[in-house]
Every structure is written in structure tokens, then in C-alpha cells.
Design a protein around this ligand. Structure first.
Ligand code: PAF
Length: 275
């Protein structure tokens, strides 16, 4: 695997790479990332990844400073799964001057759910992904369903800006007890790790109720939040939304997704399940 810290070097190396399938990351790779890279192999001649912890998508009180940085181990994992080129810029390469132009998704998409609790998050994500797309110029890009709202926003961004990039969705990878794999799981203490699958179970309860025909969404959402609260969590939202645009479903809508975010101690976990 070739590692490229500069845009110029990366672009030169990519000539002749054929159809490029791209998996952007912030590093600290787990099986979820590896599955996206494996999936990317089926979509292109060359798998390209990026590793950049993007300051723009972190709020002032969030974990930008402490976000796990595990460059050597990440490179080994990427090489083993067949990544041909890794774009790994530092902050000065990516943002040589403070970024003055941004991609700002509409509030109806960016200020709901995750955006309500992480103001500016999707502006930071959309801006860096647009910039990475401009640098990498992939034909295909793979994003995980674990970050469901991010996937929707990137898909909409690619469509609205007529980017010639196919956005492919990767399934969430889970531990045996149901916990969705996430870089932030590493923040959990042993006791918290044992408790963490409750978020999955609470969302799964909502999913099963919906599949059984229950349609009182508010009751289901509040029930799941109460279940989490009773076990010491601070739930931020549990919401049943339309898969397509994450807006409130009408009675006849069938393609739904249950999304949730909650704090377990000081760790914020998110998860979702399609119905
Ligand atoms: O999902 C992530 O890891 C990040 O949000 C992304 C897409 C790499 C942008 O920084």
C-alpha cells in the first residue's frame, strides 16, 4: 500500500489506477471499516482510503483532541484488506488556511437527530467529504449505515451537485452481543461495555413492535428512552423516521428506520436499525 501525505503526490500516484472505489475514514479502524474496504474491492480496480481526523466536524466540547489516533495499526489493516493507496494528509495539507467555504446541508436534513445534538457536525462532514471527493475523484465511495444520517446527507450532496460518484451503503457490523462497532466503543469501561448493547436491544424492541403492526411511534420512542434512562443512560433521541430522508413517516410509509443516540457515562453511542 502506498501512503501519500500530500495532495500532489497522491494525485500523481493515482494516474492509471482505473476505477477508484474510495473509503474515507478518521482512522482507529475496526471490523466495520474493514468490511467497507472489502465491499469497495467489488466496486473498483483500486481501493483508495483516506485517514484524516477532521477538526471541522467536532464541536468545541467534543473529543477532537482525544480521538484515538492509531496510524501504524490502521495502515497494517488497510494493507491487509487490499487498500492500494492511502491519502493521509496532516492538518496543514488539508486546511492550509482556515477553511472559508463550506458545504451547508439544509437544516431540515442537518439540524435534526444527530445535528440537533451536534450543531455544525454535518457542515463539517459535508465540507471535508466534498474536499476529499475533489482530491480523490473516485467513481464509487462507500459509507457505513452505522452513520445513517451522514450516509443520507452525502448521498443527497452527491446527487444535488451532480458528482459523478456512486454512493454505496455498507451494513453495520456488530459484536456478538449486538453492539454496533464504533471507534468510540474504546472509551467504554469494562462495566459500560457490558451495558452498551442495551441501545441495540432498545432499538430492536421498537423495530419488532413496528414489524408487529404497532403504529404509536411516540409511545415506542418514549418507551425505549425510558428503558435506557432506567439503566443509567442519558438518551438524546430515539426516533422512527423514513429511510429515504429521515423525516417523520406518514401512516402509510413502510420503509422506516429506528435511530437512537444516548450517553453511557461520558461516551456517546449511536445506532440504528432499518425496519
Ligand atoms: O464517518 C467518518 O469517519 C467521517 O465522518 C468521515 C466520513 C471520514 C468524514 O470525516
Amino acid at each position: 500500500m502506498q501512503i501519500h501525505p500530500t495532495i500532489a503526490g497522491f494525485r500523481a500516484a493515482l494516474k492509471g489506477a482505473g476505477r477508484v472505489a474510495f473509503v474515507p475514514t478518521m482512522g482507529n479502524l475496526h471490523e466495520g471499516h474493514i468490511a467497507l474496504m472489502r465491499q469497495a474491492r467489488a466496486h473498483g480496480d483500486s481501493v483508495v482510503s483516506s485517514l484524516f481526523v477532521n477538526r471541522l466536524q467536532f464541536g468545541p466540547k467534543e473529543d477532537f483532541g482525544t480521538y484515538p489516533r492509531t496510524f501504524e495499526a490502521d495502515c497494517e489493516k488497510m494493507a491487509a484488506v487490499g487498500v492500494a493507496h492511502l491519502f493521509a494528509p496532516d492538518e496543514r495539507e488539508m486546511y492550509p488556511a482556515p477553511q472559508a467555504y463550506f458545504v451547508q446541508p439544509e437544516p431540515v436534513q442537518a439540524d435534526i437527530l444527530e445535528g440537533e445534538f451536534r450543531p455544525g457536525f454535518f457542515r463539517g462532514v459535508a465540507t471535508v467529504v466534498m474536499k476529499l471527493f475533489a482530491i480523490v475523484q473516485p467513481q464509487v465511495a462507500v459509507f457505513g449505515k452505522k452513520d445513517y444520517q451522514q450516509l443520507m446527507i452525502i448521498r443527497n450532496m452527491a446527487r444535488e451537485f451532480a458528482l459523478p460518484i456512486e454512493i454505496v451503503a455498507g451494513e453495520t457490523v456488530r459484536a456478538a452481543d449486538g453492539l454496533a462497532l464504533s471507534s468510540r466503543n474504546g472509551y467504554l469501561s469494562e462495566a459500560e461495555r457490558a451495558e452498551a448493547p442495551r441501545l441495540y436491544r432498545a432499538l430492536d424492541g421498537v423495530r419488532r413492535a413496528l414489524e408487529a403492526g404497532e403504529r404509536d411511534l411516540a409511545r415506542l420512542e418514549q418507551g425505549a428512552m425510558a428503558e435506557l434512562r432506567a439503566s443509567g443512560w442519558i438518551p438524546q433521541y430515539v426516533a422512527v423516521r423514513k429511510q429515504l430522508d429521515l423525516q417523520l413517516p406518514a401512516a402509510h410509509d413502510s420503509r422506516l428506520v429506528v435511530l437512537g443516540a444516548a450517553l453511557l457515562g461520558s461516551t456517546r453511542l449511536i445506532d440504528n436499525l432499518e425496519v
